[in-house]
Design a protein around this ligand. Structure first.
Ligand code: GDP
Length: 351
């Protein structure tokens, strides 16, 4: 495939490479069977050249300052010599066709910078499907030499889990008043966070400091400390919980203050990310996380593929209308209906 070569060619002119990346991602997002086959070939060709970037997940409610932060951080990183790709998972676009993340001009300077590549969320399909496309787009960007990939999402639905499941580090943005109502912060999302950033600290420094203290203690309660995998890893390393050794060997989620608008705290943020990266590389957690993610992705896509095949099986399709009528009409228990349909598929599937 000719554009695979352009993607991999570090000497290719930026415009040509961007065009090749866009073409590749469009191919990945296509629902046509022949396109999917080409996309699989492309991914297989690119795979040996992927995995060298740092994958950073960023989430937060609309208005918290995600795009301001990514613009500031992206330009800061480019200044340090990095190439930055920004991908987005916008669950609102898959549910309603509308878009929380895409309906305004975002990241004005970053989007036109030749060392940055920004791609909005695929706009149709289930969250699982969109996450799959984004993950594949991430591989294309890595193959093209982007060494920092930022995956952004809004704090609604299950999209945070999807982003945390495809990145090396998951960062949650919060407002300075977040600490006033910790209940409002979804516990499950807090557990995913490797780093919490209190943005807009310039507006209310006191509130930001309060939020930082409150979230720090909340993280101690239900953060990685309570995580069985973390406890196991500490045991394996013969580290005593709470000892300086344990603190050093394993990353403890942190809370920082920042102003994306003024750029204050961005340097300290990146120092923390760099620390995270070297610590998790040294203790093997980074590799473990990626291995687990790749397998989870495989199983998720198998589940989705089986469901798709099941729904399109001729005998299932034949039985489905009457079964649905019987279940909704109250004459057939849902569990029996499910067993009947599964059996219909089993009996007639050619081996
Ligand atoms: P997003 O919806 O999370 O992407 O949020 P935006 O980045 O669009 O920011 C929402 C609003 O907050 C914009 O008007 C920004 O200028 C403003 N904003 C973002 N970060 C900061 C900050 O650190 N300080 C202040 N004062 N305003 C900010």
């Amino acid at each position: 495939m000719s554009f695979a070569n352009v993607i991999l060619d570090r000497e290719a002119p930026t415009v040509a490479q961007r065009r090749a990346i866009a073409k590749a991602i469009t191919l990945l997002e296509s629902t046509r069977d022949d396109h999917r086959k080409q996309a699989d070939e492309l991914l297989t060709a690119l795979l040996p050249h992927t995995g060298k970037s740092f994958r950073l997940g960023i989430s937060g409610v609309p208005g918290v300052g995600k795009s301001t932060f990514i613009e500031t951080l992206g330009l800061f990183l480019i200044d340090k010599g990095h190439r930055v790709a920004v991908l987005t998972i916008d669950p609102s676009s898959t549910v309603s066709g509308g878009s929380i993340l895409g309906d305004k001009t975002r990241m004005e300077k970053l989007s036109v910078h030749e060392r940055a590549y920004i791609r909005p969320s695929p706009s149709s399909g289930t969250l699982g499907g969109v996450a799959e496309k984004t993950r594949e787009a991430m591989l294309v960007c890595e193959a093209a030499g982007y060494d920092i990939v930022i995956v952004e999402t809004v704090g609604v639905g299950q999209s945070e889990t999807a982003v945390a499941g495809m990145t090396d580090m998951f960062v949650l943005l919060q407002l300075p008043n977040a600490g006033d109502d910790l209940q409002a912060i979804k516990k499950g999302v807090m557990e995913l966070a490797d780093l919490v950033v209190i943005n807009k600290a310039d507006i209310d420094k006191d509130a930001a400091t309060r939020a930082q203290a409150q979230i720090t203690s909340a993280l101690r309660l239900f953060g990685h400390h309570g995580n069985p995998a973390h406890a196991q890893a500490m045991q394996a390393a013969h580290a005593v919980p709470g000892s300086p050794e344990a603190e050093i060997r394993f990353w403890q989620p942190r809370v920082m203050q920042l102003s994306a608008l003024l750029g204050t705290g961005v340097d300290a943020f990146w120092t923390a990310v760099t620390e995270f990266k070297s610590l998790q590389s040294a203790n093997g957690r980074l590799t473990m996380r990626r291995e687990k993610q790749a397998l989870a992705w495989m199983w998720e896509r198998i589940d989705a593929g089986l469901k798709h095949a099941f729904r399109h099986h001729p005998h299932v399709r034949e039985l489905l209308p009457q079964t649905i009528a019987a279940v909704t009409g109250g004459t057939l228990p849902a569990s029996t209906a499910a067993r009947n349909l599964l059996a219909a598929q089993d009996h007639h599937t050619p081996i």
